[in-house]
Design a protein around this ligand. Sequence first.
Ligand code: ZN
Length: 198
Amino acid sequence: MTGIDAMVHAIEAYTSRLRKNPLSDNLAREALQLLGGNIHTAVHRGGDRDARGAMLLGACLAGQAFANAPVAAVHALAYPLGGHYHLPHGLTNSLVLPAVLEFNMPTAWELYAELAAIVAPAAQGSGEARAAALVQALRELIAAIGLPATLQQAGVAEQDLELLARDAMQQQRLLVNNPREVGHDDALAIYRAAWGAL
Ligand SMILES: [Zn+2]
């Protein structure tokens, strides 16, 4: 869970609307390389010190990236899940990550295509296709490390999605950094997609 959170720090820093900058970009790319390349081993062979060390360094670099290019809608929509359901921070990020990236596609696909070269290097085709491959690779990674794929699987009640969307709107400090503007109805649609996505 914390490994996915660190990857989200790198991804959101790289697409941060207000403070994206070359230093954070380089930190985020290096972080994603380390995190994406080692999270599977770190989870399934916890005694692998090289993999664990790479995760530590990747998490540190991702933290430095988002300290200067703040995180955005993934975190804004994750917080209410932690508040109401007491789910761990990394899990809440993981649960909304694919749906938020899909929502951001119209404005962020070029940047996601750049990150696909790191996380899904075999991806080919148009920029949009490579951006979609990034999201697919993240979905597969989340499944491969054993995390629940949907809000439904994590025990979130469908009738709470409206409450979650209202609370997410309070996170303007983070939402202003999102590459695409997020309104209440958008947040609700993202939660619905995250709730039932297979
Ligand atoms: Zn986080």
